[in-house]
Design a protein around this ligand. Structure first.
Ligand SMILES: Cc1cc2nc3c(=O)[nH]c(=O)nc-3n(C[C@H](O)[C@H](O)[C@H](O)COP(=O)(O)OP(=O)(O)OC[C@H]3O[C@@H](n4cnc5c(N)ncnc54)[C@H](O)[C@@H]3O)c2cc1C
Length: 323
């Protein structure tokens, strides 16, 4: 591992000012960043890690009249087991419970999960193997997945880089229309992710997440398909948050994970559902609309069918008459 300095931040402003001193990264649970450092996967490895784990007050889950505030350092395990989240935001509890393994959920934080790097094997290829790829994310000029082994890469909404957003929690939070609170501003989650990462400035820290309250007629579902569900990242996942009024859909947010550089809002499916009662043909139509714009690469056409199936199942499981 390349040498780096290590500083402990005691407050948010401490952390932010340490970040402004140069090529630095925040260190939360360390479950992602330390892997990247050990593999020497960075083109410009950070010279300083700013440990934020000791900043007090950022690991709480609190309900207020408008919704839920979750501190940035809240562990993923605490989100999965929180009684209030299980009762009122089950899509989030389920997504958090599906992340990695118990040990990683115990170490990893919600903000670290949102800000983790992509799993693309061209990007992560260790310098220690003697054969790295100067991909777009490392300042190169091409995405090696386009002509290479792209079985786990994007089928929707990718331009230039085809790595997918690996976060399960981001998919659920997008369906819940959450906002990311940072040391500088509040950003709607729909605007947080970019093709090459997220909108955070180098010295900007996520301090919390706000999840708006959901009405009583709202049903939620999270379904994840992974090769080894006990530890693996999603091949495809889906979150649905659907509100029905008098038996008809009055609001829907359908999101597909691991198919695009960001959690993918399936706007076509949401449109199909509006004003309709959910039944098998409607769910099928919505699922077809969700993947209408899919542009699979040479090895990942199979993801289109999985996405379609998961959307259909998630929509049907939000059918209030079946609950
Ligand atoms: C074997 C394995 C399996 C996994 N499976 C899954 C899975 O199924 N689903 C899934 O979603 N994830 C999975 N992960 C990823 C895991 O969830 C992340 O590593 C973890 O959530 C990162 O959280 P952390 O607190 O450890 O972040 P760190 O490793 O400390 O940081 C990760 C990144 O986020 C930045 N960061 C951290 N906190 C902040 C903040 N407050 N503000 C701004 N930037 C910040 C850091 O600078 C760094 O760039 C897996 C990881 C492993 C190793």
């Amino acid at each position: 591992m390349k040498r780096f300095s290590y500083k402990n931040a005691k407050t948010i402003s401490d952390a932010v000012s340490l970040m402004s001193t140069g090529n630095a990264e925040f260190l939360a649970g360390g479950t992602d960043i330390l892997n990247l450092l050990k593999a020497e996967a960075y083109d410009k490895p950070p010279e300083l890690l700013v440990n934020i784990k000791n900043i007090p007050g950022l690991d709480t889950i609190s309900e207020n009249p408008g919704g839920l505030e979750i501190g940035a350092l809240t562990r993923i395990s605490a989100i999965a087991s929180s009684e209030v989240i299980k009762a009122k935001y089950p899509v989030l509890a389920k997504a958090a419970g599906s992340v990695a393994s118990p040990a990683i959920r115990e170490m990893g934080t919600i903000a670290g999960n949102l800000c983790q790097e992509v799993q693309c094997w061209y990007f992560r290829r260790s310098f220690l193997t003697g054969n790295t790829f100067d991909c777009l994310r490392k300042g190169g000029h091409q995405c090696y997945a386009v002509t290479g082994d792209n079985r786990y890469h994007a089928i929707l909404g990718a331009e230039r880089c085809y790595a997918v957003c690996p976060s399960d929690i981001a998919v659920a939070l997008t369906a819940l229309n959450a906002s990311i609170i940072t040391s500088k501003r509040t950003v709607k989650i729909d605007d947080f992710f970019k093709v090459m990462g997220n909108v955070l400035d180098d010295d900007e820290m996520v301090t919390g997440i706000f999840v708006p309250g959901q009405g009583s007629g709202t049903r939620q579902a999270y379904i994840k398909f992974a090769l080894r569900p006990a530890i693996d990242f999603a091949i495809v996942s889906t979150a649905a948050v659907i509100t029905t009024t008098d038996g008809k859909v009055s609001g829907a947010r359908i999101v597909i994970g691991a198919v695009a550089p960001q959690p993918y809002r399936a706007g076509g499916a949401e449109e199909i559902l509006k004003g309709k009662a959910i039944d098998e043909p409607v769910a099928e139509e919505a699922a077809a609309a969700a993947v209408r714009d899919a542009r699979p690469l040479s090895n990942n056409r199979y993801k289109v069918q999985i996405a379609k199936t998961l959307v259909k199942r998630a929509v049907l499981s939000c059918n209030s008459s079946s609950l």
